[in-house]
Design a protein around this ligand. Sequence first.
Ligand code: ZN
Length: 194
Amino acid sequence: MIITEEAKLKTLCEEVKTVKEGEEIGAKLLKELTETKTGIGLAANQVGINKRVCVINVKEPLVLINPKIVEKSKEKFVFAEGCLSFPDSKLKTMRHQDIVIEADNHSGKLSFSANSKEINDAFECVCVQHEIDHLDGITMFDREFKQEPIVKGVNAPKKIGRNEKVTITKGTESKVLKYKKVQPMLKDGWVLSV
Ligand SMILES: [Zn+2]
């Protein structure tokens, strides 16, 4: 059962003591995630287990036990996100373009980058940040990308740099590309997702 009360999702999760304990929780989470059919990630506290375990299933199933982000890029990008705990909400968030994480069940570091032609890389990179946030009691609403109200002459929209990464969407498809590559596509039905 996936918890849908925001207040309950604000609790900080505790580290699991052993990888074995984490693996048991991970297996349960993957089962729950598969049952949702549409979900790509799930954190233990979303099913009422306040332990630092989460699963991601974008390219392949990935269990993360006591994960932590050890490096994150200054570059960020805007992405449209959803959450199994808030099935009726979709919003634009700001996420780091590149992250490096560590987890007790993976030797060495794991890197995720949205700086790729493969849209699944962006999904996975966002999903890992989203799930680790859950374990810290942070929801996507805390990461919402809010455009400041435009006051003429004071904060007129910033020009997007040619090499700046942007998210574009067309129907259900979305891509993360450099703005210079996106410009011609905008005439072809793609919409800038900012
Ligand atoms: Zn979520």
